[in-house]
Design a protein around this ligand. Structure first.
Ligand code: HPA
Ligand SMILES: [Zn+2]
Length: 338
């Protein structure tokens, strides 16, 4: 039986695929615009929300990068992160591994230190303030050059005590993982964990390449692996987690409707799937909303939902705090659906 909506909010979960810039709600965008004297090309929040009609990844990214203009100071990044953490905590998130896109800020003259220290003002106090443990993952923009990615990694070197790993995002098709071989090697040599978006809009070969060439430990989206049975078998055998984002897939037209989402087939195949929100301000919901929508549309029962919550902690980068991971896993097992 499908649990009622409210049951899925307190279910303890980790969020592993979340772009902090994608949590910028229209109300906060206008507040920051006013604070920083930035003019947005929209009259009000309603007109801005009207612009949230996406045909594909690129049409979303255009708006995503445009709105970042309002993020200028450490305090802006702190406020952005605190707003996310409060919403996430209210939806049962106990641990969040958060992506950020420094190149999009450096290009606007906002320094790496402003971004990282601003985010850290919120993340460093998140366990106390929100009851959410956090990690930070620096993403390279795959539609920028490999040289730019390497320069970005260099710029991040003074802040590596704040950064757990690297990722790869932005426009996927035409920008295969192999383009970033050297920067991923350099990141690995610095002791950073590695993930990458692959198989969202791009072909299954990009997933294989992310594993073989970049050495990723976790694949973001990875949806299109389902087109390649050998790849699915490998992902199952190697226990490679996939960070799925159901509402994002519908909004960006990767799947037509949620009822067609391959999540149940992926779980049946034995894949280590997790459910996440991606860019919740743009895609119609935070992670609890993704759990709820997926449960309703796909008829997920309690066992599947508990499996997804368990997977989120198993797939997290909590190797540096196994005690905390064990505590979270125990919370998942003890959770009683009302
Ligand atoms: O869903 C996404 N895919 C790729 N790049 C992104 N950058 C923010 N969100 C996304
Ligand atoms: Zn993403």
């Amino acid at each position: 039986m499908k649990p009622p909506y409210d049951a899925l909010m307190p279910l303890p979960k980790a969020e592993l695929h979340l772009h902090i810039e994608g949590t910028l709600e229209p109300e906060l965008a206008f507040a920051l615009a006013a604070r920083n004297g930035v003019t947005l090309p929209y009259a009000d929040t309603e007109e801005l929300r009207e612009a949230y009609r996406f045909d594909d990844l690129q049409s979303f990214l255009n708006l995503y990068y445009e709105l970042m203009a309002v993020l200028r100071t450490e305090r802006d990044f702190e406020d952005l992160a605190n707003a996310y953490l409060a919403r996430a905590a209210a939806q049962g998130v106990r641990h969040a591994e958060i992506f950020f896109d420094p190149q999009a800020h450096l290009a606007r003259g906002v320094a790496m230190g402003t971004v990282v220290e601003g985010l850290w003002r919120a993340l460093g106090r998140s366990e106390d303030n929100h009851g959410v443990s956090t990690r930070l993952i620096l993403c390279f923009l795959r539609d920028e050059s490999a040289e730019s990615a390497m320069e970005t990694l260099d710029a991040a070197k003074p802040y590596l005590d704040r950064i757990t790993g690297v990722g790869l995002d932005s426009a996927e098709v035409g920008h295969p993982p192999v383009k970033f071989r050297e920067v991923y090697e350099a990141a690995a040599a610095l002791g950073l964990r590695r993930v990458a978006h692959a198989g969202e809009e791009g072909p299954p070969q990009y997933v294989t390449e992310a594993l073989d060439v970049l050495g990723v430990e976790r694949v973001d989206h990875g949806l299109r692996c389902m087109e390649d049975a050998d790849l699915v078998e490998r992902l199952v055998r190697e226990r490679i987690p996939l960070t799925l984002c159901p509402l994002s897939n519908v909004r960006l037209r990767t799947v037509d409707v949620l009822a067609d989402h391959p999540l149940p087939a992926m779980l049946d195949a034995g894949l280590l799937c997790t459910v996440n929100s991606d860019d919740p301000a743009y895609f119609g919901g935070y992670v609890g909303d993704n759990f709820d929508a997926a449960a309703s549309a796909l008829g997920l029962g309690e066992d599947r939902l508990r499996e997804l919550a368990r997977n989120s902690f198993l797939a997290s980068f909590l190797e540096d705090d196994e005690e905390l991971r064990s505590r979270y896993l125990a919370e998942v097992e003890a959770y009683e659906f009302p």
